[in-house]
Design a protein around this ligand. Structure first.
Ligand code: HEM
Length: 229
């Protein structure tokens, strides 16, 4: 009886936490930082494209044959849903409370291009992910032993597709340029001594991720003339 009462009050507290504006911000920040971890590993894997077809295809086979892949994919979907749903709810609640001049992630100090465009760049990144994952599932879903290198480098031969990737990656960079440092502030890492460093590191991380990912559609779309296989 006592245990179930304790369990109930525990789940009530969790719901209260998620309903509070700080609770939502903390969950958005945590999910955002974990998604940055995904971006780092995804970038590291995709850099095999520059090593060559056999190396990239071996990496893809390693991913596909990993029994933990479904678990990682499920975790990724949960992180995206939490990040998108809670940030949208927080934004809508704030707009209702303060319809004019609202900014979700407003921080002390000057507004930046990144902070001003969080909703637009977030929507662009979401559109990019839907197109990106749909292309992958449609092209390689079900196919046995696909030559993923040929597929990926083939996408970028279409200048519209490569251009869309570059545009989306500018969006990723802008989103991260504000999102990373804002997440650290939300999690309480806010100190006159360290905040300027965190801001600089956040900007450097955003630029590195955007430029490194964008180098792929740019190189394979406009400079690579080798056979796709
Ligand atoms: C422009 C360079 C990029 C290339 C060449 C690329 C390539 C790929 C490939 C080959 C896959 C399927 C195999 C795998 O899971 O690694 C994949 C999956 C995926 N990519 Fe990318 N990607 C790029 C950028 C991005 C970016 C910037 C994001 C996020 C903002 C992203 C999000 C995803 C997601 C969510 C999946 C599905 C993961 C899964 O279900 O296993 N990708 N990408």
């Amino acid at each position: 009886m006592e245990a179930s009462a304790a369990g109930k009050s525990c789940s009530c507290r969790a719901i209260e936490f998620l309903e509070s504006s700080i609770g939502k911000k903390i969950m958005v920040a945590l999910a955002g930082l974990l998604l940055c971890g995904f971006l780092i590993t995804h970038l590291a894997g995709n850099l095999f494209l520059f090593v060559g077809g056999p190396a990239f295809n071996r990496y893809a086979e390693f991913l596909e044959s990993n029994p933990l892949l479904p678990l990682a994919e499920g975790g990724l979907v949960v992180l995206f849903l939490v990040h998108i749903a809670l940030s949208t709810r927080a934004r809508l609640a704030n707009m209702a409370a303060r319809p004019v001049g609202y900014e979700v992630y407003s921080t002390k100090g000057a507004r930046t291009p990144g902070s001003r465009t969080m909703a637009i760049t977030g929507s662009l990144v979401l559109l990019f992910i839907v197109v990106h994952v749909a292309t992958i599932k449609y092209q390689i879903g079900g196919a046995k032993g696909p030559d993923l290198f040929a597929h990926v480098t083939g996408w970028f031969k279409n200048p519209l597709y490569a251009g869309f990737y570059v545009l989306a990656l500018i969006g990723v960079g802008l989103h991260l340029s504000h999102g990373v440092q804002s997440s650290f502030q939300t999690l309480g890492l806010n100190h006159p001594r360290y905040t300027p460093l965190i801001k600089k590191l956040g900007l450097a991380f955003a630029a590195l991720i955007a430029l490194a990912f964008a180098s792929m559609p740019i190189y394979f779309g406009f400079f690579y003339s080798g056979s796709a296989k």
